[in-house]
Design a protein around this ligand. Structure first.
Ligand code: ATP
Ligand code: MG
Length: 439
């Protein structure tokens, strides 16, 4: 009942079909988006990754084999159509296709578990349960076109600035930093963990003399979060650079974010339009807010926060109302940052750590690192961690470790900023949270 491709190949994507092709024979492939059978004439909308085009089939004037196939169409089936382009004032794109030959490549069962034409709005859980259908919607695939462009620009940026792309292990022997919960796994006769961050490895790459490295990869966090901005598997964009301090890598982060926004705005107009996002290009230089001043600002909104505390959700929200767009938070208390963060030389209770925020959302954390073996060992112990568990990491600090700094940027969170979405699940193809491990 269904056909194989054989020698049929697509000649055009729907978005490339316009009146300049009038009267030309073309071949399109895609999904049956909508069927309207008016008796004497059948209208079918065919959708592919680029858009939608109308087939117009006057039943008396098209070959009977083609008509027979059209009559078998069901919503969301996959079809291939050879036909003639015809200008049409009434059709959605100003052109329609009059079919000559049709192949049904795959028939979709009915009823569909969800409607990918957006006529009926579905809850996020229903959508994620049938994610392959949900992703057929232009506004949903648009998120991932933007993400793809974002990652492309990021790679380009790093390559242009002399960074080397690295791939560090995701199976690790012990907790990298403390602080975060890890997923244990069975590694032959031993226990191992899924990596929470490439932190220790990217620092070891500084001792390896690579100077500037970046990595775009999964991180795994076992916390039982139930928020709109945490997942148990996320993508982190990490960089580390030698002979640089926190200010240097903040500038790199600032420039990178700016470049991505400009590039996405220029190259993802269709995707942004389907999401109804008017992406604003921020000021070239993001504002810098010191932790101390942030405390005063948050308190001024009657949200309690004391010096030395991390931002509560209420504090983030209060801050988000006072600060616009992207801004850095700097000079964090040493106590609440990881052991590898360099303390301030004159006031060791403060550190060279920073966060990059977008309104009320943390999107990146970074710092100048401790590169001195003795201090690092001391700081590991101070955090209640066992320096022996960090043997191979610490070793790289004993034989020529340059001063260095770096950051990790949450790719999915940054994508939320670009798409204006407030649930991180929207920005991940198949999200992993406390309740969801499939699809
Ligand atoms: P938060 O305080 O928001 O939980 P964090 O400070 O624990 O984040 P970091 O360890 O600093 O996160 O990780 C660096 C970046 O990675 C974060 O700024 C964020 O963009 C991203 N990230 C961290 N954890 C998650 C997560 N569970 N889900 C999605 N993104 C995350
Ligand atoms: Mg952080």
């Amino acid at each position: 009942m269904t056909s194989l491709l054989n020698d049929w190949r697509r000649t055009h994507y729907t978005k490339d079909i316009n009146d300049s092709l009038n009267e030309e024979e073309i071949l399109i492939m895609g999904w049956v988006h909508e069927i309207r059978d008016l008796g004497g004439i059948i209208f079918v909308l065919i959708r592919d990754i680029t858009g939608i085009i109308q087939l117009t089939a006057p039943t008396k004037h098209i070959p009977s084999e083609a008509l027979e196939e059209i009559k078998k169409f069901r919503k969301e089936s996959v079809v291939a159509v050879k036909g003639k382009v015809q200008e049409s004032g009434k059709a959605p794109n100003g052109v329609e296709i009059i079919p000559d030959e049709i192949k049904i490549l795959n028939l979709a069962n009915q009823p569909l578990p969800m409607d990918p034409t957006e006529k009926v709005k579905a809850e996020i859980d229903t959508r994620l349960d049938s994610r392959f259908l949900d992703l057929r919607k232009a506004n949903v695939s648009g998120i991932f076109k933007i993400k793809s462009r974002m990652l492309h620009t990021i790679r380009l940026f790093f390559e242009e600035n002399g960074f080397i792309e690295t791939n560090t292990p995701k199976l690790v022997a012990s907790a990298t930093e403390g602080g975060t919960e890890l997923f244990p796994i069975t590694y032959f006769e031993r226990e191992a963990f899924l990596s929470q961050s490439p932190q220790l490895y990217k620092q070891m790459m500084m001792s390896a003399g690579f100077d500037k490295v970046y990595e775009i990869a999964q991180i795994f966090r076992a916390e039982e979060h139930d928020t709109l901005r945490h997942l148990n598997e996320a993508i982190s964009i990490d960089m580390e650079a030698s002979f640089m301090d926190d200010k240097d890598v903040m500038k790199i982060l600032n420039d990178l974010i700016y470049q991505v926004i400009v590039d996405v705005k220029d190259n993802c107009q269709d995707a942004l339009a389907t999401l109804e996002v008017d992406l604003k290009v921020p000021d070239k230089q993001f504002e810098i807010l010191k932790y101390d001043d942030m405390i005063d600002m948050v308190n001024s909104k009657d949200v309690p926060i004391e010096w030395g505390e991390d931002l509560s959700r209420a504090a983030e929200k209060a801050l988000g109302e006072m600060m616009e767009g992207y801004y850095f938070l700097t000079e964090w208390p040493t106590e609440i940052k990881p052991f590898y963060v360099m303390p301030n030389e004159k006031q060791p209770e403060k550190s060279h750590a920073f966060d990059l925020m977008y309104k009320d959302l943390e999107i990146s954390s970074g710092a100048m690192r401790v590169h001195q073996y003795d201090l690092l060992k001391e700081k590991i112990a101070e955090k209640g961690l066992n320096p022996n568990a960090f043997g191979s990491y610490l070793k790289s600090f004993e034989y020529g470790m340059p001063p260095h700094a770096g950051w990790g940027l949450g790719a999915d969170r940054f994508n939320m900023c670009l798409t204006g979405l407030n649930n991180i699940r929207e920005t991940v193809l198949f999200p992993r949270d406390r309740r969801r491990l499939t699809p």
